[in-house]
Unconditional design. Structure first.
Ligand code: PLP
Ligand code: ZN
Length: 451
């Protein structure tokens, strides 16, 4: 490995540490395998490590891979730098893993399109000056934004292993683990396959057959998780996942409280958007509508976009059939700061009391695990949550397909449902942004809004 001082013009990484929003504990950036707050003991997940950094002004390198173009803003970069890995070696590691991923996924990480959707903007009644800008993640690695979150977990793991910082050797790797029944499971299994790392995926009893086939083709170990009489409340897949993690598996999912490093790479989407937005003729993009399931996506997107210095209002969008974040948002106002709300976690974030239901079936997490950074970003930007009706979730999917050539899934279009729900509060000249975050895989069913 070359010395970190090999390039005299090298710009040092900027992230210094991770800090738990709930208890204030700081974890130095050089700490290996720092997935969770050290005070998140046993099954306590009412802690979340957030990345402390100040990115502005946002600059990008020329590289087409966003992880290289924005490398110095990544917490992963600071971690590897702190252990003496040179800039050249950091770029090389990203390229090496990216190439391995491209073999499995058919594509590596590249900047994804972000542009005004003209026909869509017109259909929604925006003026020529205003309109809807769509970030198209449907051709990102594994067909959704999830792989971006997971890539920084993988970079951290592989770097730690090569730097001799892990308790195992590469021949005896512990299994990765994830609880998911959708895009995150597929993305995690794709990345794991690329580096031949064993992975266990915990899925619900009635998991989609087509997804199971895709996971098996990637050599993932799939474990079905029926509810056990002895289980506490909550998702049985998450219970089984935590048991395996307790026994030594590596959390490899997209929930900040389980693995904070997912919040690192997710920011690349926001940086890409901010970079385009900052080079647009005014007016600036005034609002971001982001579909929220577990919340890591909205948290990272806002952190990335706001890093550019623009303060677009964040609107976290949930479907009426599963909207625990809206309640947490209301409850959090009893506290002066979001950190104070975070230290009263159970009072604010209460799991959705009914069986979550929506046509947008990728955002049915009964708990918004990353509610803390999402609420913080909404407060800081003057935004608020939007709960879309089931009718609006269907409308968004239909109008996305009628007016764009993006083959987006109902979940991927659900941010747009929030635009439709809040349309009366948005001026016709306003510029807003959404992310079509996932590709349609099978014909979604059923199509009736009255499910
Ligand atoms: C396509 C797509 N978009 C958005 C989300 C929501 O992301 P998060 O769970 O991080 O809120 C998901 C989650 O599964 C998804 O699959
Ligand atoms: Zn903590």
């Amino acid at each position: 490995m070359s010395s970190p001082r090999a390039n005299p013009r090298a710009v040092p990484p900027i992230v210094q540490s991770l800090r738990c929003a709930a208890c204030g504990t700081r974890v130095p950036i050089e700490t290996p395998l720092s997935w969770r707050c050290p005070n998140a003991i046993g099954d306590d997940r009412h802690h979340v490590l957030l990345i402390e950094s100040d990115v502005a002004p946002l600059r990008r390198g020329k590289h087409r891979n966003p992880f290289i173009a924005f490398r110095r803003y990544l917490a992963w970069d600071a971690f590897a730098h702190a252990h003496g890995m040179s800039e050249t070696d950091r770029d090389a590691l990203i390229s090496e893993l990216d190439a391995q991923i491209a073999v499995v996924a058919g594509t590596g990480f590249v900047f994804t399109p972000f542009a005004r959707a003209d026909t869509l903007s017109e259909a929604l009644g925006f003026s020529a000056n205003g309109g809807v800008w769509v970030k198209d993640e449907t051709h990102n690695v594994a067909g959704s934004q999830k792989s971006r979150h997971l890539f920084t977990e993988l970079l951290h793991l592989v770097a730690a292993e090569r730097l001799g910082l892990t308790p195992w050797r590469s021949g005896a790797r512990p299994s990765l683990a994830i609880a998911s029944c959708g895009n995150a499971a597929f993305a995690a299994s794709t990345l794991a396959r690329a580096v031949n790392w064993p992975i266990t995926v915990f899925v619900p009893e009635n998991a989609d057959v087509a997804l199971l086939q895709r996971l098996q083709a990637l050599a993932a170990t799939v474990v079905h998780c029926p509810r056990r009489d002895t289980d506490p409340a909550g998702d049985p897949c998450v219970h089984r996942f935590r048991e395996l993690v307790r026994d030594g598996a590596i959390p490899f999912g997209v929930q900040g409280p389980e693995n904070a490093w997912c919040l690192d790479g997710g920011r690349t989407i926001g940086w890409e958007m901010a970079y385009v937005a900052e080079h647009m003729e005014p007016p600036l993009i005034a609002r971001l509508f982001v579909q929220v399931g577990g919340g890591a996506f909205a948290a990272s997107l806002a952190a990335g976009f706001h890093a550019g210095g623009t303060r677009a209002a964040l609107h976290a969008v949930q479907a009426e059939g599963c909207a625990p974040l809206a309640r947490a948002w209301d409850k959090s106002h009893a506290f002066a700061t979001i950190d104070e709300a975070a230290s009263n976690w159970g009072e604010c974030m209460v799991p959705w009391p009914a069986t979550p239901r929506s046509f947008a079936d990728g955002i049915l997490d009964d708990e918004t695990y990353d509610w803390v950074p999402v609420c913080r970003a909404m407060r800081a930007s003057g935004g608020f949550p939007v709960v879309a009706s089931e009718q609006q979730v269907h409308e968004a999917y239909a109008v996305a397909h009628d007016t764009t050539d993006i083959d987006v899934s109902p979940t991927g279009a659900a941010g747009l449902a929030g635009v439709i729900a809040a349309r009366k509060q948005i001026g016709n000249d306003e510029r807003i942004a959404v992310v079509f975050s996932g590709i349609r895989r099978e014909t979604p069913k059923p199509s009736s809004p009255n499910r």
